[in-house]
Design a binder for this molecule. Structure first.
Ligand code: FES
Length: 152
């Protein structure tokens, strides 16, 4: 069998094409699958018009699973914190007279910016978890994990 240079070039071209084609297919498959597994789906949750929140106060709202989220409005804008204490998971409360968040389980104290300043959370440098929040068109939204749409 006499293989010409043209036949050899055709085989090499076809091989390179197959490798590239399957490689692109595999890469697209990974891009399609990996983000869903690595990043939980979030959902934009409407939590009311801006006017609902008064400057200097903290209001409670609830995510899709019924977890309380503390939305604080200050002169600088809005910020939201999970009410779950990062120490052992008790419920954190806003103390308006002291302008602090307080966890009664082990007397953990967080300042108005959610920074742990006393108790076990301060010892472990465990600040309150911030919940992503945005304000658009006079409306406040939270980005919360949507466990109903999350695939395992
Ligand atoms: S659970 Fe909040 S301080 Fe321990």
């Amino acid at each position: 069998m006499n293989e010409t240079r043209r036949d050899w070039l055709a085989k090499v071209t076809m091989g390179v094409g197959l490798v590239l084609g399957y490689g692109v297919f595999a890469a697209q498959g990974l891009l399609f699958l990996l983000p869903k597994r690595l990043k939980p789906k979030t959902r934009r949750l409407f939590v009311g018009p801006v006017d609902r929140y008064r400057v200097g106060q903290v209001a409670s709202v609830y995510d899709l699973e019924g977890n309380e989220i503390l939305v604080k409005r200050s002169e600088a804008g809005f910020v939201a914190y999970s009410s779950t204490c990062p120490h052992l998971g008790c419920k954190v409360h806003w103390m308006p007279d002291k302008r602090e968040f307080f966890c009664p389980c082990h007397r953990g104290v967080f300042d108005a910016d959610g920074v742990a300043i006393s108790g076990p959370p301060a010892d472990a440098k465990q600040d309150l978890f911030q919940v992503p929040l945005s304000v658009e068109g006079g409306v406040v939204y939270l980005d919360v994990v949507d466990t109903k749409r999350r695939k395992v």
